[in-house]
Ligand binder design. Structure first.
Ligand code: AGP
Length: 593
């Protein structure tokens, strides 16, 4: 959460930093700020909310060195005072942070005793004061930053702009991501390389506790604990410079939903030989865990379902934030499969760090090349969905699931059949995405948009789809949608059904369909407004008040079903006038715990 950008070079620094911040806005959009170095002075511009100010309106001079930050508030409300970057008392350096200083209140009390004062409610200002304290003792500014940083607890990455020396930036990485881009006579720093890949593909990814010092167009890396210089490796990124514009669409979300007809094909664009190392380790591993958070967690559940039902592989699906209770039984012969869009989710990374230390093999199904999880994995599999900008994940979910399906089918010698099934889903989606279908969904939206509580029933292959469908709608419509297995209904949830309560039933042409029809009858008998989502053969069933037919698919009908909830979520949020791509309180990359 939060995005950091830094630049030193021949271009207008505030232009580069502003562009970078716009790309990183998915990491937080409570406020943003840019600080430029201008003839040994620092000039700052900050704003609350999303980035609305255009470069031509930015009241900052054209200079060759700047830093910037886009905030997802942790400590301190969303105010101008709390917006980063934060300047030192003597105004000779300015700093921004991505992360949380866990011991900030102890440090603040210690500094207050020494008569340091604070203007903001942020944990970040503590780092500024710590550096100020150090500058009175240390020979170099680098040492002051380093020693102050070593007093911090938690996962935090900082960037500091020094006014006393031309084009001087220092950054330290711990936990939260940071990448350096090496251009011709210019250097870029950012929380995500996507912020500068338009200018360079030569990237240095950092280890935790690396300190990076930029002076002009030169840089050095140090170990922040010892202060000793370190060697580094330049990685050439493979991915094309991807289109990150909305194109003809009003929102990234709709664009990304529609892209699924292509992205699911890209996700399975692996040869059988590419999958072999993972298949071999799955066969050998003592125990297999799969983990991911939020939507990636539901993709983990769906992949575990495919591995269990198609290839008889026992995979334990555990949420990363609840993994600690498994640590005592984790063994070095175990395999952990991490599922993540960003590859930067703090909870997931923490599990992998523990597992790596133990010697477990780590595989991952991820979208972002060069991300922390990508680099930590022994067997990383990129799903190549391209940048997913909308905070609510759509195309990455289906891509991760089809990759898991391909893997499961390949394990039982059905690699070709799996590719064909995904191709058939892709062409089905191509035909499905029409105004006629959208209008049908919008008609339903009009009739339910004023209700506040909704339920989604699924079962077996559609259990995780019910959870993911509900999450998608909650995230951007802010309505209470609850998804659960239809089997749970009579064990409690049915008590919530009243006259008119909308209940969605996900129904595939499978062994659960009868149970789902009965469950729908039961809620209807109690006054629910019933909506069927699924195979069109059920559209005429009397128990449904409304029916949303989906793309026909033999084995991937669960993924056809989820697409309907994505569209429903989009049209509902849109009709409510919500901020679709940047929903309140959320950030796309959850890099703090
Ligand atoms: C998706 O719609 C959510 N915004 C969120 O649940 C997300 O899937 C989760 O934070 C995991 O992120 P990751 O895939 O980048 O690890």
């Amino acid at each position: 959460m939060c995005g950091i950008v830094g630049y030193s070079g021949k271009q207008n620094s505030s232009k580069i930093v502003l562009e970078g911040l716009k790309t990183l806005e998915y990491r937080g959009y409570d406020s943003w700020g840019i600080a430029v170095q201008d003839k040994n002075q620092i000039k700052i511009f900050k704003e609350i909310g999303e980035i609305k100010t255009k470069l031509s309106m930015l009241p900052l001079p054209k200079t060759s060195c700047a830093i910037g930050h886009t905030r997802w508030a942790t400590h301190g409300g969303v105010t101008m005072t709390n917006a980063h970057p934060h300047i030192s008392t003597t105004k000779d350096f300015i700093l921004a942070q991505n992360g949380i200083v866990e011991n900030y209140s102890t440090l603040k009390k210690m500094l207050e005793k020494k008569k340091y004062t604070f203007k903001t409610q942020t944990d970040t200002e503590v780092i500024v004061r710590l550096i100020e304290q150090q500058t009175k003792k240390d020979e170099t500014f680098r040492d002051s930053v380093r020693k102050a940083f070593n007093m911090l607890e938690g996962r935090n990455t900082i960037i500091v702009l020094d006014s006393k020396e031309d084009n001087h930036i220092i950054a330290v990485k711990n936990g939260s991501p940071l990448a350096l881009g090496i251009g011709k006579d210019e250097l870029f720093l950012a929380s995500d390389a996507l912020a500068f890949t338009k200018y360079t593909k030569d990237v240095v990814f950092f280890d935790n506790l690396d300190l990076i010092e930029i002076k002009g167009n030169k840089f050095k890396i140090y170990d922040s604990k010892t202060g000793k210089e370190k060697k580094y490796k330049i990685t050439k990124l493979n991915s094309k410079v991807e289109d990150i514009s909305k194109g003809k669409y009003d929102h990234f979300m709709l664009k990304e939903i529609l892209e699924q007809q292509d992205t699911i094909l890209k996700a399975v664009n692996y040869k059988l030989d590419d999958l072999k190392p993972l298949i071999d380790i799955i066969k050998k591993a003592k125990r297999i865990y799969i983990t991911g958070a939020g939507t990636a967690g539901f993709a983990s559940g769906q992949i575990a379902y495919y591995l269990r039902t198609i290839s008889n592989i026992d995979v334990l699906d555990v949420r990363p934030y609840d993994f600690a209770s498994y640590f005592p039984i984790l063994k070095k012969d175990d395999l952990i499969i991490a599922v993540s869009q960003s590859g930067e989710t703090a909870d997931t990374i923490e599990v992998l760090e523990y597992a790596k230390e133990l010697g477990c093999t780590i595989a991952s199904i991820i979208n972002v090349e060069g991300s922390t999880i990508h680099r930590m994995s022994d067997l990383p599999y990129l799903i190549h969905a391209g940048p997913e900008i909308c905070v609510a994940s759509t195309k990455v979910f289906t891509s991760q699931c089809v990759f898991g399906y391909l893997l499961a089918k390949s394990m039982v010698g059905e690699y070709t059949g799996a590719r064909e099934e995904v191709e058939s889903l892709s062409s089905g989606l191509r035909e499905y995405f029409t105004e006629k279908v959208f209008n049908h969904i919008k008609k339903l939206v009009r009739s339910i948009k004023n209700r506040n509580h909704f339920f989604i029933l699924g079962k077996e292959q559609n259990s995780y789809i019910a959870l993911e469908g509900a999450l998608k709608i909650k995230e951007i419509s802010y309505k209470h949608f609850e998804g659960f297995s239809a089997g749970e209904l009579k064990h409690g949830v049915i008590a919530l059904i009243e006259k008119g309560t909308p209940v969605f039933t996900i129904i595939s042409d499978d062994m659960c369909s009868k149970d789902l029809l009965s469950a729908t009858e039961e809620v209807r008998a109690r006054g629910a407004y019933t909506v069927g989502v699924g195979d069109s053969k059920f559209r005429k069933e009397e128990c449904f008040n409304f029916f949303l037919p989906v793309v026909k698919s033999k084995e991937l009908s669960a993924l056809s079903n989820v697409v309907v909830f994505q569209l429903l979520s989009y049209f509902l949020a849109f009709s409510l006038g919500n901020s679709v791509d940047k929903p309140r309180n959320l950030a796309k990359s959850v890099t703090v715990k």
